[in-house]
Design a protein around this ligand. Structure first.
Ligand SMILES: Cc1cc2nc3c(=O)[nH]c(=O)nc-3n(C[C@H](O)[C@H](O)[C@H](O)COP(=O)(O)OP(=O)(O)OC[C@H]3O[C@@H](n4cnc5c(N)ncnc54)[C@H](O)[C@@H]3O)c2cc1C
Length: 601
């Protein structure tokens, strides 16, 4: 069975019906583009993904990178994929024309990248990280750093990494111990160890540009003392040629459950006295700068999780349509033909849940990408600010909800295949292993729970939450106008009221007893995620209803829209009601986990 990459009909729906991507063409930045240009970009992305990324998804998983003490070895297809991605111009596609880019919008590039991710999430990890690292240098680096590092990163000669985590510090970055000592020439010397650094060494590019968090000697304690540095694997001469090897050594590769073709590294900085590094921006603002890359990466992680869910859904759906097994309970005739398993209600339940999780998660991530775009290029200052505030509020959910439910979708895909789901001859177990990373990296679920409840809902006087409420109200008003979506209005109104009540109760407690208020923050994250997902589904259902009411759809389109409505119904009947017991537990500050003692385990 060949593996389909995502679903072009759904992507078209998400871009041009669910989101108004055509409206971007009216913005001065994109006036030279057209829908044809957008579609041609996506066609190219799909071709590159099918030809250069999909060909080694399983092979890269079975032949993970190795290190012989000097060199990292990887299957050659990895480099071919990187080169094809770079030659197609995707490493620089979002830059201005005058900087050698194609000036394409974020949302189009997010979808373009989605094809690579669907084909091979591990190999797609290299360009994903490198684009983020280059964006950080572009935003905060000085002119000299931009001139030196960006052209080779855009051309694909250099790749970038984000080097935050240390053996002793992951979630608590404020406590990192890597140090930076000022040198006489204005550069710094870095000493310390970083762990889990993706792409920290590899065999695909001439050079690697590490973006390293470290504390300048004598810096204030905590997050306020963290600075950001560029620390290349090979020093770069002023004419752009490669100089000496820097004092950054690969201490070893880590062996992972999934995402295997992305190298995972332990890096030692300064074993020979100090790795040469260059400060990005101002001292002690490193974490603030790094948040730009982390926030971009968080939408990317959510999208990656959604896409793996989508791939598992596609595969298990095709399988269920072809696999004969058993008969319906009402048929007692042993001589009758067996039905394909898609006829069994329980299999349909598992497929419908996967559809709700995967399509809902992808829609959520593309919506977040559209907010990112608006926060940069919307016409008015007010629109840009509102988009920023709303995105800032929902980023923890956009990262965490797809990661949690995308993984559940992959588990269901395995179950749909039965025994075949568990063996490596079929791709669904790899999707599950790959996806298991997503609730962990870029901040664990717990960290995002603390972030949304402890910071995001109260920031700027609760402006993000007000904007969210306004957006939900607008969709509810639209939904009331269609016969197909009327049934969803009451439940979402109720869910929105519950979310606001719970938020108020928890926020009031924050000031008096932060430990109790935040004790169950992960449950709050899930509750908010369910409400956001329900809203995203209702928005899709409204678009589907509008299209059906126009009555111009052919049979295929009609089935597509009916599928959207049915998935909305499933979400509202089976998933959204779960918020009631969650709200009850949160509002009475249930303390079973908090009161548990170490000695009682
Ligand atoms: C495959 C892979 C790739 C990665 N890539 C990169 C990369 O490219 N660059 C990079 O810098 N890092 C990277 N990471 C690191 C990743 O971001 C961290 O692993 C992650 O942030 C968690 O940190 P930790 O592993 O130290 O776990 P810990 O922080 O030790 O957490 C362990 C457990 O404790 C919980 N916990 C911790 N603190 C709290 C708290 N305050 N409240 C409640 N619960 C808490 C966590 O939720 C978790 O369940 C990668 C990790 C992996 C596995």
């Amino acid at each position: 069975m060949t593996q389909r990459l995502l679903n072009d009909r759904d992507l078209d729906f998400l871009l041009y019906e669910f989101l108004d991507t055509d409206a971007l063409l009216k913005r001065p930045r994109y006036q030279e583009h057209s829908r044809e240009v957008f579609n041609a970009t996506l066609e190219t992305a799909k071709t590159v993904a099918e030809k250069y990324f999909a060909n080694h998804n399983a092979k890269g998983d079975a032949n993970e990178p190795s290190f012989d003490g000097e060199t990292v070895h990887q299957i050659p297809e990895t480099r071919e994929a990187w080169d094809a991605f770079a030659e197609a111009g995707f490493l620089a596609a979002h830059y201005d024309f005058e900087d050698g880019g194609m000036q394409l919008p974020e949302i189009i590039l997010r979808v373009a990248m989605s094809y690579m991710t669907a084909a091979n999430i591990a190999t797609a990890g290299y360009p994903f990280l490198s684009i983020g690292a280059a964006n950080l240098i572009q935003s905060f680096g000085g002119e000299a750093e931009r001139a030196k590092y960006l052209p080779p990163m855009q051309a694909g000669r250099f790749a970038g990494t984000m080097a935050l985590t240390e053996p002793g510090q992951g979630s608590a970055l404020a406590d990192i111990t890597t140090t930076a000592r000022p040198a006489d020439d204005g550069s710094y010397r870095i000493v310390g160890q970083k762990m889990f650094i993706s792409g920290g060494d590899q065999s695909i590019t001439e050079n690697i540009v590490h973006l390293v968090l470290a504390k300048i000697e004598g810096a204030p304690a905590g997050a306020k003392g963290i600075s950001l540095f560029i620390c290349p694997k090979f020093l770069v001469n002023d004419d752009g040629s490669l100089g000496e090897r820097n004092d950054v050594a690969l201490a070893g590769l880590l062996h992972k459950m999934g995402y295997r073709n992305t190298t995972s590294t332990v890096l030692s900085f300064g074993e020979k006295g100090g790795a040469v590094a260059y400060l990005v921006g101002e001292p002690h603002k490193g974490l603030q700068y790094m948040f730009q890359m982390m926030n971009e990466a968080r939408i990317g992680v959510g999208a990656g999780a959604a896409i793996l869910a989508y791939q598992g859904f596609n595969y298990s759906l095709d399988y269920a349509r072809e696999r004969p097994q058993g008969r319906l309970p009402s048929n007692k005739d042993p001589e009758s033909r067996q039905v394909n398993i898609i006829e069994h209600t329980d299999v349909r339940r598992m497929l419908l849940a996967q559809k709700a999780y995967s399509e809902g998660a992808l829609a959520m991530c593309l919506y977040a990408s559209s907010l990112f775009e608006d926060s940069h290029t919307a016409t008015s200052e007010e629109e840009r600010r509102d988009a920023f505030l709303l995105l800032d509020l929902i980023t923890p959910i956009v990262k965490s909800w797809p990661s949690k439910y995308g993984l559940k979708a992959n588990e269901l895909a395995i179950q749909v295949l039965g025994g075949s789901g568990y063996i490596r001859e079929y791709p669904v177990e790899q999707y599950y292993r790959d996806n298991r990373l997503n609730p962990i990296h870029e901040g664990t679920e717990a960290i995002h729970g603390l972030d949304i409840l402890g910071r995001k809902v109260v920031m700027s006087g609760g402006a993000g939450l007000k904007l969210f409420n306004r957006a939900v109200a607008a969709t509810l008003a639209e939904a009331g106008q269609y016969q197909q979506t009327g049934e969803f209005v009451g439940p979402l109104q109720q869910a929105q009221a519950t979310l606001n009540e719970v938020t108020q109760t928890l926020v009031e407690k924050l000031a008096q007893d932060p430990d109790a208020a935040l004790a169950n923050a992960t449950v709050y994250l899930d509750l908010f995620g369910r409400v956001l997902a329900a809203w995203i589904w209702l928005k899709q259902a409204v678009c589907a209803s509008a299209a059906l009411d126009k009555g111009e759809s052919g049979e295929n389109d009609e089935n597509f829209y009916r599928g959207k409505l049915q998935a909305t119904r499933y979400y509202f009947q089976w998933e959204l009601p779960e918020i009631a017991p969650q709200a009850e537990l949160l509002q009475r500050f249930d303390s079973a986990p908090q009161d548990m003692r170490d000695e009682w385990f």
